[in-house]
Design a protein around this ligand. Structure first.
Ligand SMILES: *Cc1c(COP(=O)(O)O)cnc(C)c1O
Length: 357
């Protein structure tokens, strides 16, 4: 059996805590004394419905989710939400505001277009490493919601301040949901893919305020309808049970580590180590205004494409994986979600020093 696991800095699918994988392995053949694998358990059985209630309770504890918010496990991953959000929520006024800060929010705005009028509040399309200034935002008069992506996973650009808008705020928190404590009540809806911070791919976690439901466009298919899924405990059809199960294990693991307060402390320390090293290196560069640098996805480059390629190739040979930047932007990227420890970041920096030499 292979015991030498590599260090995985990939943006997603991303590293999963080893303790979680070991537990999943340990109980694969007989889950909770059912005599069968979780993969074989029916989603309408009492044991699975109880399990769903359990993960919801753990999520409420971890993220301090108020009781007037539904917790949904929705199909279609992150991009499934790019059309589900407008289908369910744009109907109230027929238009919505989108803050375009990078590839993910840009895609979300494009995917919303068939369902209503999309107003681009501001855009950094000409330079993905710059945050559009708040003073230049142009909101619509009557938007059903304001959509943004607080952490653009690909460029490593993060908006820490919560947009101060008069309409329900929708946030794609796919690469930052468990990064630090935040106030759910500031948002109308939050969603996150499962393969970055919450286990493996297959679902999006959706946290939505009760009062926003009930205005879905008539064309909304049932399985993408938040209200209908809420009524059926996200089991309107057969859900991807294993993705829900891994999410539960990750949520429990995060609680055991001290919850989001402990995560933030560690994430701040990791990012500071790495950015400080990059800034002082004179070999690696990060192009983002320090105010907007992501704590989770740390992008850098040697400013030389051939050297960047040699970097991730050499790193991979030494068991440091996933450091190649996204194909659309090139360069390098170290994603440092909660599974990555301070020791892991120190190992990366040691490699960066070696490589620079
Ligand atoms: C990865 C990612 C997505 C897309 O996720 P899929 O599940 O692959 O569709 C959407 N938004 C953000 C911020 C992401 O990081």
């Amino acid at each position: 059996m292979m015991t030498n696991r590599v260090l995985n800095f990939a943006a997603g699918p991303a590293a999963i805590p080893e303790a979680v994988l070991k537990q999943a392995q340990h109980e694969l053949l007989n889950w909770r004394d059912t005599g069968m694998s979780i993969l074989e358990v029916g989603h309408r059985t009492a044991v699975f419905q109880d399990y769903l209630a359990e993960i919801q309770a753990e999520l409420r504890q971890l993220l301090t989710i108020p009781t007037n918010y539904h917790i949904l496990f929705m199909p279609g991953g992150g991009q499934g939400q790019f059309f589900s959000v407008p289908m369910n929520l744009i109907g109230r006024t027929g238009q919505a505001d989108y803050l375009d800060t990078g590839i993910w929010s840009h895609k979300a705005a494009l995917q919303a277009k068939p369902y209503g009028q999309v107003n681009i509040v501001a855009s950094n399309a000409t330079n993905p490493f710059v945050m559009p200034k708040t003073t230049e935002w142009q909101c619509a008069k009557d938007a059903a919601y304001f959509y943004y992506c607080p952490n653009e996973t690909i460029s490593g650009l993060m908006l820490y301040d919560i947009p101060q808008v008069a309409v329900p705020l929708i946030a794609d928190m796919s690469s930052c949901i468990l990064m630090k404590p935040f106030t759910v009540a500031d948002y109308g809806l939050i969603f996150s893919v499962s393969q970055k911070m919450l286990g493996t791919s297959g679902i999006s976690l959706v946290i939505v305020r009760e009062e926003l439901l009930g205005e879905a466009l008539p064309i909304t298919p049932d399985i993408f309808n938040y209200q209908k899924q809420a009524k059926e405990s996200s089991c309107l059809n057969s859900p991807p049970i294993y993705a829900i199960y891994l999410m539960e294990l990750v949520v429990k693991w995060t609680l055991q580590q001290g919850g989001l307060v402990a995560m933030e402390e560690c994430n701040q320390a990791k990012a500071k180590l790495l950015y400080d090293y990059i800034d002082n290196s004179q070999f690696y560069y990060n192009k983002i205004d320090p105010v907007y640098r992501s704590l989770m996805n740390i992008t850098f480059t040697t400013n030389d494409e051939a050297k960047d390629t040699a970097f991730w190739q050499t790193a991979a040979k030494q068991g440091l994986m996933g450091l190649k930047g996204h194909k659309l932007l090139g360069g390098l990227r170290a994603s440092c979600y909660n599974t990555i420890s301070i020791g892991d970041v120190k190992r990366l920096i040691a490699f960066m020093q070696d490589f620079a030499q």
